[in-house]
Design a protein around this ligand. Structure first.
Ligand SMILES: Nc1ncnc2c1ncn2[C@@H]1O[C@H](COP(=O)(O)OP(=O)(O)OP(=O)(O)O)[C@@H](O)[C@H]1O
Ligand SMILES: [Mg+2]
Length: 501
């Protein structure tokens, strides 16, 4: 590869109250490379990208785009210079259509009027070029996260980005979409686009990146060529120590049936005839592609979506669950996939978020026991290594991964017997992932039962006692821990075993 430096940052510093987010960080990007940023939650990856794209101001340090020295940079000036960023948090306007989002603020005109036809055609051309099957006239709010992600990228392509930051682009995607994304990245690269790629999935970095810069606690650690490094080295560079086994062992003592779902169907979310049971002390994994209906099953069980049919039994007794509060009262909790929307209150502090769900434990004679309240928060901040100056920090000021940890902490403190975790480790760094696995095992040892939806195959295989696979709203396969392989699961996930088709 020809090594033309297209962007250079040196000695960048950035502080927030109580936090040194970036401490003399330097970065050099080559034209047409995929450059990964790797580091634990709160290491400063997103902050660096935001400064690059003009969304945050640096306190000090130098910044060059090509040969041009950059002083102040607004987001729109950055865009004009070809620096685009796809945020961890989606940035599309939900009630607008796909093509309207792509052309927002730069609508094509025909005379005095907007040229709807031309915009739709251009949108379709980009989507087709990358094999993205989305109707240009679909409303953003009707799309799944995976598709929203692809629309964001299509938007950057339209804007002719030269440097494109992708901040955890694959977090909401599953294997098929990841493949599409990687193909797209390859094409962008061939067109000379430089990509900054942030992901906590190490295996992806090996597949997609040319170089990797490791950050830790706001500091630059090193930059390595991807082909010259390995997983073990990267992990120890990013956490500063060696980590043990990926998946902690647990004593599986699987007991009697605790939850049974019979003939569950929904109209709006297109589930048909879902049957399964969960046993005490079991981790039941749910595999499937995006859109297979896993989240929808859980929402229906939890009373968040209406069912057209379906009975739910807890410990053999039929129960009525018509709204989430019924489910919570029956001892079911759900840690949702969309944690921003449903999992945490961004404007409240970490402590307030945690105490909301454990009011019972921290209330005495109708009053909040402040000492206990703080103890709980302290305990979970420590257990999950939530990176924050204080427990009073507003959740919106935390890094993406640390927000996820708060959402999970919230539910780990409940007393439910059945805990449903929808993508529990999405956006979480390797070290903290292990903490979450340990906490899951502890819950199991306390006699609780878990359902885990996950799009990360190693996690499904490593943690589940049994895995159910879904495809287009039905369960297409069940595999035990012993027989589970990636191949088998993918076969079921695409609609059945290949050999039987
Ligand atoms: N607006 C803000 N106010 C206060 N602190 C902030 C703000 N934005 C980021 N921080 C802090 O800066 C640090 C770096 O955050 P950043 O979002 O860059 O981390 P990250 O490496 O992207 O982590 P993750 O993998 O969790 O997304 C964190 O400690 C975070 O809490
Ligand atoms: Mg981040």
């Amino acid at each position: 590869m020809q090594k033309t430096v297209c962007l250079k940052m040196t000695d960048i510093c950035k502080s927030y109250p109580g936090v040194k987010a970036l401490d003399h960080v330097s970065l050099e990007l080559y034209k047409g490379e995929v450059h990964a940023l790797l580091g634990e939650n709160g290491a400063g990856k997103s902050t660096l990208c935001k400064i690059m794209a003009g969304a945050q101001k640096r306190d000090s340090g130098e910044y060059y785009i090509g040969d041009e020295k950059i002083e102040d940079l607004t987001p729109s000036a950055a865009k004009e210079k070809g620096i685009s960023i796809i945020y961890q948090e989606f940035n599309l306007v939900p009630y607008l259509k796909v093509y309207e989002n792509l052309f927002l603020g730069k609508e094509l005109k025909k005379g005095m009027n907007t040229d709807k036809k031309a915009m739709i055609a251009k949108t379709k051309e980009i989507l087709d070029r990358f094999n993205i099957e989305i109707d240009p006239e679909a409303r953003i709010s009707d799309l799944t996260n995976a598709y929203k992600q692809l629309v964001e990228i299509a938007k950057a392509v339209l804007e002719d980005a030269k440097v494109l930051c992708m901040d955890e682009p694959t977090a909401p995607l599953t294997s098929r979409e990841v493949d599409i994304l990687f193909k797209l990245i390859q094409e962008l690269k061939e067109n000379g686009v430089t990509i900054i790629y942030i992901s906590h999935r190490l295996e992806e970095l090996f597949e997609v990146s040319d170089r990797i810069t490791v950050m830790r606690d706001g500091k630059y650690i090193t930059t390595v060529n991807t082909k010259d490094t390995n997983r073990k080295e990267l992990v120890s560079l990013m956490v500063g120590r060696e980590l043990g086994e990926d998946f902690p062992q647990r004593d599986s003592k699987i007991g009697e049936e605790i939850l049974r779902v019979e003939n569950l169907s929904t109209e709006k979310t297109k589930l048909s005839n879902i049957n399964f049971s969960l046993r005490k002390g079991e981790i039941l994994g749910f595999a499937g592609l995006v859109g297979a209906g896993r989240t929808e099953v859980m929402r229906a069980i939890f009373g968040a979506d209406p069912r057209t049919s379906g009975d739910i039994y807890i410990k053999g007794k039929k129960v009525e669950i018509n709204k989430p509060i019924d489910a919570i009262e029956k001892g079911i909790s759900l840690v949702p996939e969309d944690r921003k929307g449903q999992g945490v209150s961004l404007t409240m502090s970490i402590r307030e978020n945690i105490s909301l769900v454990c009011l019972k434990q921290i209330c005495q004679a109708g009053r909040v026991n402040l000492k206990k309240d703080r103890e709980w928060s302290e305990k979970y901040i420590k257990a999950l290594e939530i990176k924050t100056p204080t427990m009073e920090q507003k959740v919106k000021n935390l890094s993406g991964g640390n927000q996820q940890k708060v959402a999970i902490a919230k539910w780990l403190v409940t007393n439910s017997d059945i805990i449903i975790l929808d993508e529990p480790t999405r956006g979480i760094d390797v070290g903290a992932k292990q903490e979450i696995y340990l906490l899951m095992n502890q819950l199991i040892e306390q006699g609780k039962s878990l359902i885990m939806i996950s799009s990360e195959m190693p996690e499904l295989l490593g943690m589940s006692d049994r895995i159910l696979v879904m495809h287009e709203g039905t369960i297409t396969g069940e595999v035990s821990r012993q027989e589970a392989t990636q191949q088998l699961i993918l076969e079921y996930a695409s609609g059945g075993k290949m050999s039987e088709v």
